[in-house]
Design a protein around this ligand. Sequence first.
Ligand code: TZP
Ligand code: MG
Length: 439
Amino acid sequence: MRKDIDLSLYLVTDRDLSLGRTLEEVVTEAVAGGVTIVQLREKGASTGEFVELARRLMGVLKPIGIPLIINDRVDVALAVDADGVHIGQSDMTYADARRLLGPEKIIGLSVESFEDIEAANALDVDYIGISPVYGTPTKKDTAEPFGLEGLRKGVEISAHPTVAIGGMNSATIGDVMEAGADGVAVVSAICSAENIAEATSNLKAIVGRHSKKLWSRYIWHKSLKIYNAILELPFLKELSEGRLSNDIFGRYIAQDEIYLKNYYHQMFMLADLMSDPKQKELFASFARSGMEGEKAMHDMLIGRFGVDTDIIASKVTSDYNEHICEGIATGNPCIALAAVLPCMWIYNQVGLHILSHARLEGNPYREWIMEYGQDEFTEGVNQALDLIDAWAPEADEDTLKKMEYYYLKAALYEYAFWDYGYYSDTKSYDYTESLEGWI
Ligand code: TZP
Ligand code: MG
């Protein structure tokens, strides 16, 4: 499993801007001030010098557990066993870098346009650097700056954690964090500061005050492997191309009938856990409109394909319902919502994804696709996400741990549910018993 990285205050080194101080001095002071990750960026050094500098920084950073990332050079990272590399659009490709570095190392990628961000979404990179957010004298050959609005949009469309770079200083980083970035990458505001430790801890305080570290972004990233595996499932691939067999779809929808009956009931129980009447009504209305809208779509497809719904629940179906029940039985609204959420959120994301790729014309499953990709459903999911993001910062350690567990396990059941729809009892679904290997 790759480690969780704290990207919040990311130092990118520049010896020319360091007012004559050595790299080790700069980095030692910056770490004292609170940087969470360091990138060694050397544009003019020989290979030998680059390796030597990297080795010295490893000596400073490794003992205190701050990751060292090497700019551009996979060979230098390998030579000193650094924590990862940062590559740009014209460097070695992500696939080559990953093959050379193996699955454990951190790989960050600079993106210079929305198209780059979309392309990065298909890669298993650990973070993206949105570059540049503002124009900066530190790097002259940058692409057109994203600006604050561009950054906001970039953060929204990115499936990966984001770091903003270019013009990050005490005047800009508050807004940048408010725009949703996971961190800021700073060159001159740290390297050229008179007092590096002081300047850094000032930046750190601003980042802390303005951080929008949303639980939803955290958990989405944590479950990305499961989500990407879901998109690869033959059930969804064939459904989006309209070539899924009717029998398989029928088997799935018959199980979904059983699952949803329980799910709506559970949604009402979740509503009961809310103390605020508005929130109570929100979840009750989800349950009611799901029972109507989703049910109507189901009934129509069940009729169209002549599905036999007189069946018993599969083990996956009943285990999944039971898992949600367990989450609700904790009586804690945060945990209960975390357990209920994947069924809404993942269906919505899958619906939107398929909608943007699918062959809809003549597709016998188009109503299914439209149901989950529609604006009204997306709006509902966003309301649930806003709520959990508002609650999470107040939650204690134990609650956060349980929220994570109930969410991730439910996400895995989402995978298993479609997997069962496709393969039925021809294989085992015991993999739902453990999250190992999935996160
Ligand atoms: N990549 C995009 S902008 C930039 C890099 C390396 C330099 C940012 O420097 P500063 O001094 O923090 O604006
Ligand atoms: Mg580069």
